[in-house]
Design a binder for this molecule. Structure first.
Ligand code: CP
Length: 306
């Protein structure tokens, strides 16, 4: 099938193929399907980056984007996600991009649709296109992921970004370490070990800060006591302790002054806005892959132009 639901389902070879396509889109490559294709973006949770960059990617590929607003759709009358997806398939939509607050919402769609679903984030579960754009950003910086040390810091437990990245980074040869408040660690993650924040930041090639996921916190996972920035954030002092060529990443939106000192968001080491730029190229590559595989890869005209 041609969907992209989790990073775990991609073999290393497939990750590298997507990244190669994304690199070429970043360099100006053009590609368009040879027939009219519709795509719908179903966002049941707020989004700025993912939703907008999917839409830019879709338009750059010449796809027709169907407007869908969960607040004014028949979801408000109780229509299920499956019935919504099946309806859009029935009226001719060729692929669905879905963000949903429920972990693994896609399990109820598996095997029931004959169009690809691209996961734009499920609850605390997965965010595969964020992971791919993070990998692209690190590759652009260092050439390869192999033997790099990546420190993922913050609200690990509620982060679909941490979950998607830890597995993929490890399989691509990087060393992953986690750091942050003990209330928010996730000891069920198989990839990566735990390290004190100051030593992790001093020794990492990439410091990946995570947003505090306030909307996913319940009584058992409330914020740790004290000043989060000084205990677990990227302060100016910690930034000065980093290796000379090390970079700072964050999936955003950023809670300025909490995960990172506001003045560091756009500092020389920060790749936060580069990550957003790369989101468009990765999503173009993922959509291309979805449509090529959906149609057996033989009815589209690929235009390779620089
Ligand atoms: N990084 C990310 O997923 O941002 P949005 O929630 O704005 O899409």
């Amino acid at each position: 099938m041609n969907s992209l639901l989790t990073m775990n389902e991609l073999q290393v070879r497939e990750i590298n193929e997507i990244l190669k396509d994304a690199h070429s889109f970043a360099e100006g490559r053009q590609w368009a399907p040879g027939k009219k294709l519709f795509v719908a973006n179903l966002f049941f949770e707020p989004s700025t980056r993912t939703k907008s960059s999917f839409e830019v990617a879709e338009r750059r590929l010449g796809l027709d984007v169907i407007h869908f607003d969960a607040e004014t759709s028949s979801v408000q009358k109780g229509e299920t996600l499956y019935d919504t997806a099946k309806t859009l398939q029935s009226i001719g939509v060729g692929a669905l991009v879905i963000r949903h607050e429920q972990d693994r919402y896609f399990d109820e769609l598996k095997g029931k649709l004959n169009i690809p679903v691209i996961n734009a984030g499920d609850g605390c579960g997965n965010h595969p296109t964020q992971s791919l754009l993070d990998l692209l950003t690190i590759q652009q910086e260092f050439g390869s992921l192999r033997r790099l040390k990546i420190a993922i810091i913050g609200d690990i437990r509620h982060s679909r970004v941490a979950r998607s990245n830890a597995d993929a980074l490890s399989r691509l040869g990087a060393e992953v370490v986690f750091s942050g408040p003990k209330e928010w660690m996730d000891f069920s993650l198989e990839s990566g070990s735990y390290e004190n924040i100051d030593s992790a930041i001093k020794t990492a090639d990439v410091v990946m800060l995570l947003r505090i996921q306030h909307e996913r916190h319940s009584g058992d996972s409330s914020a740790p006591d004290g000043d989060y920035l000084s205990s677990f954030g990227m302060t100016k002092e910690r930034e000065r302790s980093m290796k000379p060529k090390a970079i700072i990443m964050h999936p955003a939106p950023v809670n300025r002054g909490m995960e990172i000192d506001s003045e560091l968001v756009e500092c020389d080491r920060s790749r936060i806005f580069k990550q957003m730029e790369n989101g468009v190229f990765v999503r173009m590559a993922v959509l291309k892959r979805a449509f090529e595989k959906a149609e057996g890869g033989n009815i589209y005209e690929a235009h390779n132009q620089k």
